[in-house]
Design a protein around this ligand. Sequence first.
Ligand code: OOG
Ligand code: NI
Length: 464
Amino acid sequence: MSNPHFVSPDLIRQGFSRAMSDMYREEVPLYGALMTLVAEVNAQVLEQQPAIARHLHNSGELQRLDLERHGAIRVGSAAELATLARLFAVMGMQPVGYYDLTPAGVPVHSTAFRAVHEQALQVSPFRVFTSLLRLELIDNPELRGFAEQVLARRQIFTPQALELIAQAEADGGLNAEDAENFIRQALETFRWHHQATVSAAQYASLSAQHRLIADVVAFKGPHINHLTPRTLDIDEVQRRMPLQGITPKAVIEGPPRRDCPILLRQTSFKALDEAVAFTDQEQGQGSHSARFGEIEQRGAALTPKGRALYDRLLNAARDALGDFPNEANAARYNQLMQAHFAEFPDNHAAMRQQGLAYFRYFVSEAGLAARGQAQRPTRLEDLLSAGHLVCEPLVYEDFLPVSAAGIFQSNLGDDSQSHYAGHSNRQAFESALGRRTLDELQLYASTEQRSLEDCAQRLGLPAL
Ligand code: OOG
Ligand code: NI
Protein backbone atom coordinates (compact mmCIF):
# COMPACT_ATOMS: atom_id res chain seq x y z
CA MET A 1 0.00 0.00 0.00
CA SER A 2 1.29 3.43 -0.96
CA ASN A 3 0.64 5.25 2.30
CA PRO A 4 1.55 3.63 5.63
CA HIS A 5 -1.27 5.52 7.36
CA PHE A 6 -3.94 3.88 5.24
CA VAL A 7 -6.12 1.25 6.89
CA SER A 8 -6.16 -2.05 5.01
CA PRO A 9 -9.42 -2.55 3.05
CA ASP A 10 -9.75 -5.91 4.82
CA LEU A 11 -9.94 -4.19 8.20
CA ILE A 12 -12.45 -1.66 6.87
CA ARG A 13 -14.59 -4.60 5.71
CA GLN A 14 -14.23 -6.29 9.08
CA GLY A 15 -15.31 -3.10 10.84
CA PHE A 16 -18.18 -2.58 8.44
CA SER A 17 -19.43 -6.14 8.86
CA ARG A 18 -19.45 -5.68 12.61
CA ALA A 19 -21.25 -2.33 12.37
CA MET A 20 -23.84 -3.84 10.03
CA SER A 21 -24.45 -6.70 12.43
CA ASP A 22 -24.89 -4.30 15.36
CA MET A 23 -27.34 -2.18 13.39
CA TYR A 24 -29.35 -5.20 12.24
CA ARG A 25 -29.49 -6.68 15.71
CA GLU A 26 -30.93 -3.44 16.99
CA GLU A 27 -33.46 -3.21 14.17
CA VAL A 28 -34.48 -6.90 14.12
CA PRO A 29 -34.27 -8.51 17.60
CA LEU A 30 -34.99 -11.96 16.10
CA TYR A 31 -31.58 -11.74 14.43
CA GLY A 32 -30.00 -11.64 17.88
CA ALA A 33 -31.94 -14.77 18.89
CA LEU A 34 -30.78 -16.55 15.74
CA MET A 35 -27.15 -15.57 16.37
CA THR A 36 -27.35 -17.01 19.88
CA LEU A 37 -28.86 -20.26 18.60
CA VAL A 38 -26.19 -20.63 15.91
CA ALA A 39 -23.41 -19.93 18.42
CA GLU A 40 -24.80 -22.61 20.77
CA VAL A 41 -25.06 -25.25 18.05
CA ASN A 42 -21.58 -24.40 16.72
CA ALA A 43 -20.07 -24.73 20.20
CA GLN A 44 -21.77 -28.09 20.63
CA VAL A 45 -20.52 -29.41 17.28
CA LEU A 46 -16.95 -28.34 18.06
CA GLU A 47 -17.09 -29.98 21.46
CA GLN A 48 -18.68 -33.25 20.34
CA GLN A 49 -16.84 -33.68 17.05
CA PRO A 50 -13.14 -32.97 17.54
CA ALA A 51 -12.38 -34.11 13.97
CA ILE A 52 -14.48 -31.26 12.59
CA ALA A 53 -12.80 -28.82 14.98
CA ARG A 54 -9.39 -30.03 13.79
CA HIS A 55 -10.30 -29.67 10.09
CA LEU A 56 -11.67 -26.19 10.64
CA HIS A 57 -8.61 -25.20 12.60
CA ASN A 58 -6.27 -26.45 9.86
CA SER A 59 -8.13 -24.60 7.14
CA GLY A 60 -8.37 -21.38 9.16
CA GLU A 61 -12.18 -21.47 9.09
CA LEU A 62 -12.47 -21.87 12.84
CA GLN A 63 -10.76 -18.53 13.41
CA ARG A 64 -13.18 -16.70 11.11
CA LEU A 65 -16.37 -18.57 12.00
CA ASP A 66 -17.78 -16.08 14.51
CA LEU A 67 -17.22 -13.21 12.10
CA GLU A 68 -18.82 -14.98 9.21
CA ARG A 69 -22.05 -13.72 7.71
CA HIS A 70 -23.62 -12.61 4.47
CA GLY A 71 -26.20 -9.95 3.79
CA ALA A 72 -28.48 -9.21 0.85
CA ILE A 73 -29.74 -6.05 -0.81
CA ARG A 74 -31.71 -5.16 -3.93
CA VAL A 75 -31.11 -2.03 -5.98
CA GLY A 76 -33.19 -0.34 -8.65
CA SER A 77 -30.89 1.24 -11.21
CA ALA A 78 -27.60 0.89 -13.04
CA ALA A 79 -26.30 4.04 -11.36
CA GLU A 80 -27.02 2.61 -7.89
CA LEU A 81 -25.31 -0.67 -8.72
CA ALA A 82 -22.24 1.04 -10.18
CA THR A 83 -21.76 3.25 -7.12
CA LEU A 84 -22.27 0.27 -4.80
CA ALA A 85 -19.47 -1.51 -6.64
CA ARG A 86 -17.22 1.48 -5.89
CA LEU A 87 -18.33 1.57 -2.26
CA PHE A 88 -17.64 -2.14 -1.78
CA ALA A 89 -14.27 -1.77 -3.51
CA VAL A 90 -13.13 0.57 -0.71
CA MET A 91 -13.59 -2.47 1.59
CA GLY A 92 -11.79 -4.85 -0.75
CA MET A 93 -14.99 -6.47 -2.05
CA GLN A 94 -15.30 -7.41 -5.72
CA PRO A 95 -18.33 -8.64 -7.68
CA VAL A 96 -18.01 -12.43 -8.02
CA GLY A 97 -20.34 -14.53 -10.15
CA TYR A 98 -23.53 -13.78 -12.06
CA TYR A 99 -26.87 -15.20 -10.92
CA ASP A 100 -29.97 -14.99 -13.10
CA LEU A 101 -33.13 -15.37 -11.02
CA THR A 102 -35.68 -14.78 -13.79
CA PRO A 103 -36.18 -18.49 -14.62
CA ALA A 104 -37.50 -18.80 -11.06
CA GLY A 105 -39.94 -15.95 -11.57
CA VAL A 106 -37.95 -13.30 -9.68
CA PRO A 107 -37.28 -10.22 -11.86
CA VAL A 108 -33.66 -9.62 -10.81
CA HIS A 109 -30.13 -10.62 -11.66
CA SER A 110 -27.39 -10.61 -9.08
CA THR A 111 -23.78 -10.86 -8.05
CA ALA A 112 -22.01 -11.35 -4.72
CA PHE A 113 -19.57 -8.73 -3.48
CA ARG A 114 -16.81 -10.37 -1.46
CA ALA A 115 -13.08 -10.54 -0.79
CA VAL A 116 -11.27 -12.76 -3.28
CA HIS A 117 -7.87 -13.71 -1.85
CA GLU A 118 -7.64 -16.40 0.83
CA GLN A 119 -5.71 -14.09 3.18
CA ALA A 120 -8.31 -11.34 2.81
CA LEU A 121 -11.13 -13.85 3.35
CA GLN A 122 -9.41 -14.92 6.52
CA VAL A 123 -9.58 -11.36 7.92
CA SER A 124 -13.25 -11.03 7.01
CA PRO A 125 -15.34 -13.29 4.77
CA PHE A 126 -18.25 -10.79 4.75
CA ARG A 127 -20.30 -11.00 1.53
CA VAL A 128 -23.31 -9.18 0.15
CA PHE A 129 -25.67 -10.83 -2.33
CA THR A 130 -26.66 -7.87 -4.49
CA SER A 131 -29.57 -7.92 -6.90
CA LEU A 132 -30.50 -5.45 -9.62
CA LEU A 133 -34.19 -5.11 -10.43
CA ARG A 134 -34.91 -5.77 -14.11
CA LEU A 135 -37.42 -3.01 -14.78
CA GLU A 136 -37.52 -3.99 -18.45
CA LEU A 137 -39.48 -7.06 -17.38
CA ILE A 138 -42.41 -4.98 -16.09
CA ASP A 139 -44.89 -5.37 -18.90
CA ASN A 140 -47.08 -2.38 -17.96
CA PRO A 141 -45.32 0.64 -19.58
CA GLU A 142 -47.03 3.16 -17.34
CA LEU A 143 -46.00 1.41 -14.17
CA ARG A 144 -42.50 0.91 -15.51
CA GLY A 145 -42.24 4.62 -16.26
CA PHE A 146 -43.46 5.46 -12.78
CA ALA A 147 -40.94 3.11 -11.15
CA GLU A 148 -38.11 4.59 -13.23
CA GLN A 149 -39.10 8.09 -12.25
CA VAL A 150 -39.24 7.31 -8.53
CA LEU A 151 -35.88 5.55 -8.66
CA ALA A 152 -34.25 8.38 -10.63
CA ARG A 153 -35.22 10.84 -7.89
CA ARG A 154 -33.66 9.01 -4.96
CA GLN A 155 -30.08 9.20 -3.72
CA ILE A 156 -29.15 6.11 -1.69
CA PHE A 157 -25.70 7.36 -0.63
CA THR A 158 -24.92 10.16 1.79
CA PRO A 159 -22.88 13.05 0.34
CA GLN A 160 -20.03 12.17 2.70
CA ALA A 161 -20.02 8.52 1.63
CA LEU A 162 -19.70 9.66 -1.99
CA GLU A 163 -16.85 12.01 -1.09
CA LEU A 164 -14.98 9.35 0.83
CA ILE A 165 -15.36 6.83 -2.00
CA ALA A 166 -13.90 9.37 -4.44
CA GLN A 167 -11.13 10.21 -1.98
CA ALA A 168 -10.22 6.53 -1.48
CA GLU A 169 -10.11 6.06 -5.23
CA ALA A 170 -7.96 9.13 -5.82
CA ASP A 171 -5.51 8.57 -2.95
CA GLY A 172 -5.48 4.77 -2.97
CA GLY A 173 -6.87 4.35 0.54
CA LEU A 174 -8.26 5.93 3.72
CA ASN A 175 -6.55 6.79 6.99
CA ALA A 176 -7.98 5.56 10.30
CA GLU A 177 -10.24 8.54 10.91
CA ASP A 178 -11.61 8.57 7.37
CA ALA A 179 -12.09 4.80 7.42
CA GLU A 180 -14.17 5.05 10.56
CA ASN A 181 -16.21 7.83 9.07
CA PHE A 182 -16.61 5.83 5.87
CA ILE A 183 -18.04 2.88 7.80
CA ARG A 184 -20.56 5.15 9.52
CA GLN A 185 -21.59 6.84 6.29
CA ALA A 186 -21.73 3.64 4.23
CA LEU A 187 -23.98 2.04 6.83
CA GLU A 188 -26.67 4.66 6.15
CA THR A 189 -27.31 3.21 2.68
CA PHE A 190 -28.45 -0.10 4.21
CA ARG A 191 -30.64 1.24 7.00
CA TRP A 192 -34.35 0.53 7.24
CA HIS A 193 -36.73 3.46 6.59
CA HIS A 194 -40.21 3.50 8.03
CA GLN A 195 -41.19 6.29 5.68
CA ALA A 196 -42.06 5.13 2.15
CA THR A 197 -41.54 7.36 -0.88
CA VAL A 198 -44.83 6.49 -2.62
CA SER A 199 -48.53 6.60 -1.70
CA ALA A 200 -50.44 3.58 -0.45
CA ALA A 201 -52.16 3.19 -3.84
CA GLN A 202 -48.89 3.43 -5.75
CA TYR A 203 -47.36 0.83 -3.42
CA ALA A 204 -50.32 -1.46 -4.05
CA SER A 205 -49.92 -1.30 -7.81
CA LEU A 206 -46.17 -1.90 -7.64
CA SER A 207 -46.79 -4.80 -5.30
CA ALA A 208 -49.47 -6.25 -7.57
CA GLN A 209 -46.88 -6.41 -10.36
CA HIS A 210 -44.40 -8.17 -8.02
CA ARG A 211 -43.78 -7.77 -4.30
CA LEU A 212 -40.10 -7.42 -4.95
CA ILE A 213 -40.68 -4.43 -7.22
CA ALA A 214 -42.53 -2.65 -4.41
CA ASP A 215 -39.72 -3.47 -2.00
CA VAL A 216 -37.10 -1.91 -4.25
CA VAL A 217 -39.03 1.08 -5.57
CA ALA A 218 -41.12 2.29 -2.61
CA PHE A 219 -38.35 3.08 -0.13
CA LYS A 220 -35.47 5.49 0.26
CA GLY A 221 -32.73 2.92 -0.04
CA PRO A 222 -31.71 -0.73 -0.36
CA HIS A 223 -32.28 -1.80 3.25
CA ILE A 224 -30.36 -4.90 4.20
CA ASN A 225 -33.02 -7.62 4.06
CA HIS A 226 -31.21 -10.36 5.98
CA LEU A 227 -27.89 -11.10 7.61
CA THR A 228 -26.95 -14.73 7.73
CA PRO A 229 -24.66 -16.42 10.25
CA ARG A 230 -22.77 -19.60 9.32
CA THR A 231 -23.57 -22.75 11.26
CA LEU A 232 -21.73 -26.05 11.46
CA ASP A 233 -24.97 -28.05 11.64
CA ILE A 234 -27.90 -26.56 9.78
CA ASP A 235 -30.23 -29.50 10.46
CA GLU A 236 -29.78 -29.02 14.18
CA VAL A 237 -30.44 -25.27 13.98
CA GLN A 238 -33.49 -25.94 11.79
CA ARG A 239 -34.75 -28.43 14.39
CA ARG A 240 -34.29 -25.98 17.25
CA MET A 241 -35.74 -22.92 15.52
CA PRO A 242 -39.39 -23.67 16.38
CA LEU A 243 -38.39 -24.00 20.06
CA GLN A 244 -37.48 -20.29 19.86
CA GLY A 245 -40.74 -19.41 18.13
CA ILE A 246 -39.10 -19.21 14.70
CA THR A 247 -40.73 -21.13 11.83
CA PRO A 248 -38.25 -22.09 9.12
CA LYS A 249 -39.17 -22.76 5.49
CA ALA A 250 -40.16 -26.31 4.64
CA VAL A 251 -36.94 -27.53 3.04
CA ILE A 252 -33.26 -26.77 3.36
CA GLU A 253 -31.94 -25.50 0.03
CA GLY A 254 -28.83 -26.98 -1.56
CA PRO A 255 -27.28 -30.44 -1.24
CA PRO A 256 -28.56 -32.99 1.28
CA ARG A 257 -26.86 -33.70 4.61
CA ARG A 258 -23.53 -35.49 4.13
CA ASP A 259 -20.45 -36.46 6.15
CA CYS A 260 -18.39 -34.14 3.95
CA PRO A 261 -20.47 -31.02 3.29
CA ILE A 262 -20.31 -29.51 -0.19
CA LEU A 263 -21.24 -26.05 -1.50
CA LEU A 264 -23.92 -24.34 0.53
CA ARG A 265 -27.03 -25.36 2.47
CA GLN A 266 -29.48 -22.63 3.51
CA THR A 267 -32.75 -22.20 5.29
CA SER A 268 -34.73 -19.07 6.09
CA PHE A 269 -37.78 -17.88 7.96
CA LYS A 270 -40.50 -15.62 6.68
CA ALA A 271 -40.30 -11.87 6.37
CA LEU A 272 -41.65 -9.81 9.22
CA ASP A 273 -44.63 -7.52 8.77
CA GLU A 274 -43.35 -4.09 9.67
CA ALA A 275 -45.18 -0.84 10.22
CA VAL A 276 -44.43 1.81 7.60
CA ALA A 277 -46.02 5.04 6.45
CA PHE A 278 -46.85 5.73 2.82
CA THR A 279 -46.70 9.35 1.73
CA ASP A 280 -50.43 9.84 2.23
CA GLN A 281 -50.50 8.22 5.68
CA GLU A 282 -49.59 8.75 9.30
CA GLN A 283 -46.65 6.76 10.66
CA GLY A 284 -47.51 3.12 11.27
CA GLN A 285 -50.67 2.95 9.17
CA GLY A 286 -49.14 0.87 6.41
CA SER A 287 -47.23 -2.35 6.47
CA HIS A 288 -44.48 -3.94 4.41
CA SER A 289 -42.53 -7.15 4.74
CA ALA A 290 -39.06 -7.54 3.36
CA ARG A 291 -36.70 -8.46 6.14
CA PHE A 292 -36.23 -12.07 7.10
CA GLY A 293 -33.82 -14.45 8.77
CA GLU A 294 -31.56 -17.03 7.20
CA ILE A 295 -28.82 -19.44 8.22
CA GLU A 296 -26.25 -21.22 6.11
CA GLN A 297 -23.82 -24.11 6.30
CA ARG A 298 -20.83 -24.00 4.00
CA GLY A 299 -18.93 -26.94 2.53
CA ALA A 300 -16.33 -27.69 -0.12
CA ALA A 301 -16.00 -25.59 -3.27
CA LEU A 302 -16.57 -27.83 -6.29
CA THR A 303 -14.60 -27.90 -9.53
CA PRO A 304 -16.52 -27.56 -12.83
CA LYS A 305 -16.74 -31.38 -12.87
CA GLY A 306 -18.07 -31.52 -9.31
CA ARG A 307 -20.50 -28.70 -9.98
CA ALA A 308 -21.82 -30.43 -13.11
CA LEU A 309 -22.44 -33.54 -11.02
CA TYR A 310 -24.19 -31.48 -8.33
CA ASP A 311 -26.41 -29.75 -10.90
CA ARG A 312 -27.29 -33.05 -12.58
CA LEU A 313 -28.24 -34.76 -9.31
CA LEU A 314 -30.20 -31.75 -8.06
CA ASN A 315 -32.14 -31.49 -11.32
CA ALA A 316 -32.83 -35.22 -11.35
CA ALA A 317 -34.21 -35.10 -7.79
CA ARG A 318 -36.35 -32.06 -8.62
CA ASP A 319 -37.62 -33.63 -11.84
CA ALA A 320 -38.58 -36.74 -9.91
CA LEU A 321 -40.45 -34.58 -7.40
CA GLY A 322 -42.33 -32.93 -10.26
CA ASP A 323 -43.04 -29.70 -8.36
CA PHE A 324 -41.32 -26.97 -6.38
CA PRO A 325 -40.38 -28.34 -2.95
CA ASN A 326 -42.98 -27.24 -0.39
CA GLU A 327 -44.51 -28.10 2.97
CA ALA A 328 -46.57 -30.98 1.57
CA ASN A 329 -43.81 -32.76 -0.37
CA ALA A 330 -40.83 -31.90 1.88
CA ALA A 331 -40.30 -35.44 3.22
CA ARG A 332 -40.38 -36.94 -0.26
CA TYR A 333 -38.02 -34.25 -1.54
CA ASN A 334 -35.49 -35.06 1.20
CA GLN A 335 -35.68 -38.77 0.35
CA LEU A 336 -35.20 -38.10 -3.36
CA MET A 337 -32.22 -35.85 -2.65
CA GLN A 338 -30.58 -38.47 -0.42
CA ALA A 339 -31.17 -41.17 -3.02
CA HIS A 340 -29.83 -39.17 -5.98
CA PHE A 341 -26.83 -37.78 -4.10
CA ALA A 342 -25.67 -41.27 -3.12
CA GLU A 343 -23.79 -41.01 -6.44
CA PHE A 344 -21.67 -38.11 -5.13
CA PRO A 345 -18.60 -39.51 -3.26
CA ASP A 346 -18.79 -38.59 0.41
CA ASN A 347 -15.17 -38.60 1.50
CA HIS A 348 -12.43 -36.08 0.85
CA ALA A 349 -9.97 -38.55 -0.67
CA ALA A 350 -12.41 -39.63 -3.39
CA MET A 351 -13.56 -36.06 -4.00
CA ARG A 352 -9.95 -35.03 -4.51
CA GLN A 353 -8.85 -37.99 -6.59
CA GLN A 354 -11.86 -37.65 -8.88
CA GLY A 355 -11.28 -33.91 -9.25
CA LEU A 356 -14.67 -32.95 -7.80
CA ALA A 357 -13.54 -30.34 -5.25
CA TYR A 358 -10.78 -27.77 -4.79
CA PHE A 359 -8.24 -28.31 -2.03
CA ARG A 360 -5.59 -26.37 -0.18
CA TYR A 361 -2.33 -28.13 0.67
CA PHE A 362 -0.16 -27.70 3.76
CA VAL A 363 3.32 -28.98 4.64
CA SER A 364 3.33 -31.17 7.77
CA GLU A 365 6.02 -31.40 10.45
CA ALA A 366 7.03 -34.71 8.90
CA GLY A 367 7.39 -33.06 5.51
CA LEU A 368 9.64 -30.34 6.91
CA ALA A 369 11.68 -32.87 8.85
CA ALA A 370 12.27 -34.92 5.69
CA ARG A 371 13.55 -31.96 3.68
CA GLY A 372 17.19 -33.02 3.77
CA GLN A 373 16.64 -36.71 3.03
CA ALA A 374 17.72 -38.01 -0.36
CA GLN A 375 14.99 -40.67 -0.52
CA ARG A 376 11.97 -38.52 0.27
CA PRO A 377 8.89 -38.50 -1.99
CA THR A 378 8.59 -35.61 -4.43
CA ARG A 379 5.26 -36.16 -6.20
CA LEU A 380 2.00 -34.81 -4.85
CA GLU A 381 0.27 -38.17 -4.39
CA ASP A 382 3.35 -39.69 -2.76
CA LEU A 383 3.81 -36.70 -0.46
CA LEU A 384 0.20 -37.04 0.65
CA SER A 385 0.42 -40.75 1.34
CA ALA A 386 3.71 -40.26 3.21
CA GLY A 387 2.01 -37.62 5.33
CA HIS A 388 4.44 -34.92 4.23
CA LEU A 389 1.55 -32.90 2.90
CA VAL A 390 -1.99 -32.64 4.22
CA CYS A 391 -4.95 -31.10 2.47
CA GLU A 392 -8.27 -29.50 3.32
CA PRO A 393 -11.09 -28.71 0.90
CA LEU A 394 -11.52 -25.03 0.02
CA VAL A 395 -14.68 -23.62 1.50
CA TYR A 396 -17.35 -22.48 -0.96
CA GLU A 397 -17.51 -18.68 -0.71
CA ASP A 398 -20.38 -18.10 -3.16
CA PHE A 399 -24.09 -18.71 -3.69
CA LEU A 400 -26.32 -21.06 -5.70
CA PRO A 401 -28.94 -19.75 -8.13
CA VAL A 402 -31.57 -22.46 -7.51
CA SER A 403 -31.17 -22.03 -3.73
CA ALA A 404 -31.31 -18.24 -3.95
CA ALA A 405 -34.53 -18.52 -5.95
CA GLY A 406 -35.98 -20.74 -3.21
CA ILE A 407 -34.98 -18.21 -0.55
CA PHE A 408 -36.51 -15.32 -2.52
CA GLN A 409 -39.72 -17.25 -3.09
CA SER A 410 -40.21 -18.41 0.45
CA ASN A 411 -39.97 -14.85 1.65
CA LEU A 412 -42.00 -13.19 -1.04
CA GLY A 413 -44.87 -15.63 -0.68
CA ASP A 414 -46.03 -18.26 -3.13
CA ASP A 415 -48.40 -15.84 -4.83
CA SER A 416 -45.44 -14.13 -6.42
CA GLN A 417 -44.59 -16.80 -9.00
CA SER A 418 -44.33 -15.00 -12.30
CA HIS A 419 -43.12 -16.09 -15.68
CA TYR A 420 -40.73 -13.84 -17.49
CA ALA A 421 -39.94 -14.02 -21.15
CA GLY A 422 -36.60 -12.24 -20.62
CA HIS A 423 -33.31 -14.02 -21.07
CA SER A 424 -30.35 -14.19 -18.82
CA ASN A 425 -28.37 -11.07 -19.58
CA ARG A 426 -24.95 -10.99 -17.99
CA GLN A 427 -23.82 -8.35 -20.46
CA ALA A 428 -26.54 -5.90 -19.42
CA PHE A 429 -25.73 -6.59 -15.76
CA GLU A 430 -22.03 -5.94 -16.29
CA SER A 431 -22.66 -2.79 -18.23
CA ALA A 432 -24.84 -1.53 -15.34
CA LEU A 433 -22.14 -2.56 -12.87
CA GLY A 434 -19.48 -0.74 -14.87
CA ARG A 435 -17.12 -3.73 -14.85
CA ARG A 436 -16.95 -7.49 -15.39
CA THR A 437 -17.91 -9.93 -12.67
CA LEU A 438 -15.15 -12.31 -11.60
CA ASP A 439 -15.32 -16.04 -12.27
CA GLU A 440 -15.47 -17.84 -8.93
CA LEU A 441 -14.00 -21.05 -10.34
CA GLN A 442 -10.87 -19.20 -11.39
CA LEU A 443 -10.54 -17.77 -7.88
CA TYR A 444 -10.68 -21.25 -6.28
CA ALA A 445 -8.25 -22.64 -8.83
CA SER A 446 -5.80 -19.80 -8.09
CA THR A 447 -5.99 -20.37 -4.34
CA GLU A 448 -5.32 -24.08 -4.84
CA GLN A 449 -2.43 -23.29 -7.18
CA ARG A 450 -0.89 -20.80 -4.71
CA SER A 451 -1.00 -23.39 -1.96
CA LEU A 452 0.80 -25.92 -4.17
CA GLU A 453 3.47 -23.37 -5.04
CA ASP A 454 3.91 -22.50 -1.39
CA CYS A 455 4.28 -26.19 -0.45
CA ALA A 456 6.82 -26.79 -3.23
CA GLN A 457 8.86 -23.86 -2.01
CA ARG A 458 8.77 -24.94 1.61
CA LEU A 459 9.81 -28.44 0.69
CA GLY A 460 12.53 -27.17 -1.64
CA LEU A 461 10.96 -28.85 -4.67
CA PRO A 462 10.84 -27.27 -8.15
CA ALA A 463 7.06 -27.70 -8.56
CA LEU A 464 4.10 -29.84 -7.54
C1 OOG B 1 -31.62 -12.52 -1.75
C2 OOG B 1 -32.07 -13.96 -1.72
C3 OOG B 1 -30.90 -14.93 -1.95
C4 OOG B 1 -29.14 -16.28 -0.65
O1 OOG B 1 -28.48 -16.39 0.39
O2 OOG B 1 -29.06 -17.08 -1.59
C5 OOG B 1 -30.07 -15.14 -0.75
C6 OOG B 1 -32.72 -11.56 -1.48
O3 OOG B 1 -33.79 -11.95 -0.99
O4 OOG B 1 -32.50 -10.35 -1.72
O5 OOG B 1 -30.08 -14.43 0.19
NI1 NI C 1 -29.02 -15.04 1.85
